[in-house]
Design a protein around this ligand. Structure first.
Ligand code: ADP
Ligand code: MN
Ligand code: MN
Ligand code: MN
Length: 333
């Protein structure tokens, strides 16, 4: 029997790309081939030259449809098979290969917010819930909203074979987190995009949307980030390389901030467990710093560092590529 291949790709939406997908029926025994779509409907082409190519990069079991069906992460190409201008994966793969000796790993903490209509899930239709304090990692129907969806999503990620590392309820009610990694590049970003798609798809069945907005509610409410934990082979075996990585990030802070997701100034205010986007800092255990060195890393004198700046709406192909270029580029000088 033929099987269903759901092809996923990043569109041309600005300032943040969105996921699109469509289904191809593939003959039993064949792998998902190169395919295409109408780029004039996704801000990726003009109507008179509309064909954009979908080139598969990672196929995983489809936990929604089950059976032999698959999800296919793709990258977009022009018809001459060169990367489409909106393809951010190609440069990520190139940097990862250029600095292959560093064997870079990433673990990304994806925060997000469920919305029920115009308000976050569980919020009163008018006004606000009780202030933050009891929601993070809480239990009970007065503080937890959407756990069924979160559990279904975690199971789906496991069935798809993604490197999901865990989940937790976040500081703002209706806000959650899952982590993907540690895993190499560009695979970590391929998997994160698939996990984002699964979240949106599963939440559909509950009539809920999963928002990756960086500051979904203005005021005294936490924003949503994508803390990006990073290590090289050298960092995993020595502390000096961890400190050098944090220092290197400080030398190129403006470029990172400019590429860490739309609306970053609204989120990196210096409040709500963030450092101001205007100043770079790093420190051991410091959740008010741009970059945190986890306490176990300081104790063990080896490990990884956490870049706390990327927004929930960051493109992980862009963030991981920048971190590799900045840190490995500096270490290669
Ligand atoms: P936090 O305390 O900031 O909430 P989390 O437990 O949510 O931390 O996420 C930390 C992430 O760090 C893990 O999910 C894992 O993927 C990642 N990580 C662990 N070790 C490494 C490593 N050596 N290199 C890169 N990432 C790592
Ligand atoms: Mn976390
Ligand atoms: Mn978090
Ligand atoms: Mn974190």
């Amino acid at each position: 029997m033929p099987y269903k291949a759901e092809y996923l790709w990043l569109d041309g939406s600005t300032p943040s790309a969105r996921l699109r997908s469509k289904t191809k029926i593939v003959e039993n025994g064949e792998s998902p081939p190169i395919w295409g779509f109408d780029g004039s409907s996704t801000q990726q082409a003009a109507g008179d030259n509309s064909d954009v190519v979908l080139s598969p990069v990672l196929s995983v079991p489809d936990p929604i449809r089950g059976g032999s069906n698959v999800l296919v992460m793709t990258e977009t190409l022009l018809t001459d098979m060169k990367p489409h201008p909106t393809n951010t994966r190609a440069a990520c793969a190139a940097s990862s290969e250029k600095y292959g000796d560093f064997d870079t790993w990433f673990g990304i903490e994806q925060e997000y917010t469920f919305f029920d209509g115009a308000a976050p899930l569980g919020w009163p239709p008018d006004g606000f819930p009780a202030p933050q304090g009891d929601y993070y990692c809480g239990v009970g129907a007065d503080v937890i909203f959407g756990r069924d969806i979160v559990e279904a999503h975690m199971d789906a990620c496991l069935e798809a074979g993604l490197h999901i590392a865990g989940i937790n309820a976040e500081v703002m009610p209706g806000q959650w987190e899952f982590q993907i990694g540690p895993v190499g590049t560009p695979r970590v970003a391929d998997e994160l995009w698939i996990a984002r798609w699964l979240l949106g798809r599963i939440a559909e069945d509950y009539g809920v949307t999963a928002s990756f907005a960086a500051k979904p509610v203005q005021g005294d409410w936490n924003g949503a980030g994508a803390h990006t934990n990073f290590s090289t082979k050298q960092m995993r075996s020595g502390y000096d390389a961890c400190v050098a990585a944090a220092e290197a990030l400080g030398k190129n802070a403006a470029e990172h901030i400019a590429n860490y997701g739309a609306g970053i100034e609204d989120r990196l205010t210096g409040r709500h467990e963030t450092a101001s986007y205007k100043e770079f800092s790093y420190g051991v255990s410091d959740r008010g710093a741009s970059v945190r060195i986890p306490w176990q890393v300081a104790r063990d004198k080896k490990g990884y560092i956490e870049d706390r700046r990327p927004n929930a709406n960051v493109d992980p192909y862009v963030a991981t590529r920048l971190i590799i270029d900045t840190v490995c580029g500096d270490a290669s000088k």
